[in-house]
Design a protein around this ligand. Structure first.
Ligand code: IPM
Ligand code: MN
Length: 354
């Protein structure tokens, strides 16, 4: 009997449904080729539903999602909904409630893809950011005092628990070991200014590293990290960092690997429900035009398969994407690919073969 994987699909807003459709097309093709089945369940959540019903993430939907090992997410964010409502109420709430404490973001330049970094080649840009995904400045701690008055105070605190920091660092060490490339893990922080938060990070890092004598470790302040990512990206193998810094440096990472059109990520709870997504937004201005690049979603689908143990299928997707960007798709920008969203999906399916 062939294996069946149950996947929750959350297309979301804007171009989310378009890229998710191509991602699913590719997942189905690779499942047929490799002989496993997909049982997909669609979840109607996002800006449209909120505007119609006022619901963002009903408890019933959350509890249903908990039953899945993986979620395939399109994009969250709607032009008619005030910024923050859907991001916090849906995307961040899912990450927190499902305790997806790792945000895994590979930064890999494929041959044939343009990078804005002069003289850098695919062998120079191949690293992974392990971003803590449930704490830090994102935890929502803080508040206002005397809001709206001239004496107003706004406080936003970074929450760093020993448990949260240590499990993230431990995941990063394990990941570096399993990745088995340069076996180097860089802690990215700001120990010279954030002397409480990153003191905890540094102590946890130094303790855990004793268990991994084969892994070379390094430390870089976050500002220097952005500098090295541009000047010497080849120095990095795996970077571990907190939520806010990870958010910032992975947008830079996406740009040096060729843009949001190709950047994918996973929100991971190794014991629970993990969620894979293209890291770009909902791109409202391209919605419904069949011009958005679905490769990031297709790559997110590949990460999902790797997560559920379908490594060969994941490799099939990566190879097909590499072939397409090396040969047919020279520009990864929306509307600039020389083919439509659906044609890109079809091309990847063709390269996967059967
Ligand atoms: C990301 C996004 C989110 C974040 C937003 C939409 C809340 O920028 O996934 O990187 O800040 O984590
Ligand atoms: Mn971001």
């Amino acid at each position: 009997m062939s294996k069946t994987h149950k996947i929750a699909v959350l297309p979301g807003d804007g171009t989310g449904p378009e890229v998710v459709a191509e991602g699913i097309k590719v997942l189905k093709a690779v499942a047929a080729k490799r002989g496993f089945k997909l049982d997909l369940t669609n979840f109607d959540l996002g800006g449209e539903r909120y505007l119609k019903t006022g619901e963002i993430l009903p408890d019933s939907a959350l509890n249903d999602l908990r039953k899945f090992k993986t979620i395939f997410l399109g994009a969250i964010g709607h032009p008619d909904v005030k910024p923050g409502i859907l991001e916090k109420g849906l995307l961040l709430r899912l990450r927190f409630e499902l305790d997806q404490y790792i945000n895994l973001r590979p930064v890999k330049l494929y041959s044939g893809v343009d990078t804005p970094l002069k003289d850098k080649k695919p062998e120079d840009i191949d690293f992974v950011v392990v971003r803590e995904n449930t704490e830090g400045l994102y935890a929502g701690a803080g508040g206002f005092l005397k809001k709206g008055t001239p004496d107003e105070v706004a406080v936003q605190e970074s929450i760093n628990t020993r448990k949260g920091v240590e499990r993230c660092i431990r995941y990063a060490f394990e990941y570096t070991k399993k990745r088995n490339k340069r076996k180097k893990l860089t802690l990215c922080g700001k120990t010279n200014v954030l002397t409480y938060a990153f003191d905890l990070w540094e102590r946890a890092f130094n303790e855990v590293k004793k268990e991994y004598p084969d892994i070379t470790t390094d430390y870089a302040h976050v500002d220097a990290t952005t500098m090295w990512m541009v000047k010497n990206p080849e120095w990095f193998d795996v970077i571990v960092t907190d939520n806010m810094f990870g958010d910032i440096i992975t947008d830079l990472g996406a740009m040096i690997q060729g843009g949001m059109g190709i950047a994918a990520g996973g929100n991971i709870n190794p014991q629970g429900t993990s969620m894979f997504e293209p890291i770009g937004g909902s791109a409202p201005k391209y919605t419904g035009k069949n011009v958005i690049n679905p490769l990031a979603a297709i790559c997110a689908g590949g990460m999902l398969l790797e997560h559920i143990g379908e490594e060969d299928a994941a490799l099939d997707i990566e190879k097909a994407v590499m072939k397409a960007v090396g040969k047919d798709i020279k520009n990864l920008g929306a509307g600039k690919m020389g083919m439509s969203t659906t044609e890109v999906g079809d091309l990847i399916v063709k390269y996967i073969g059967g």
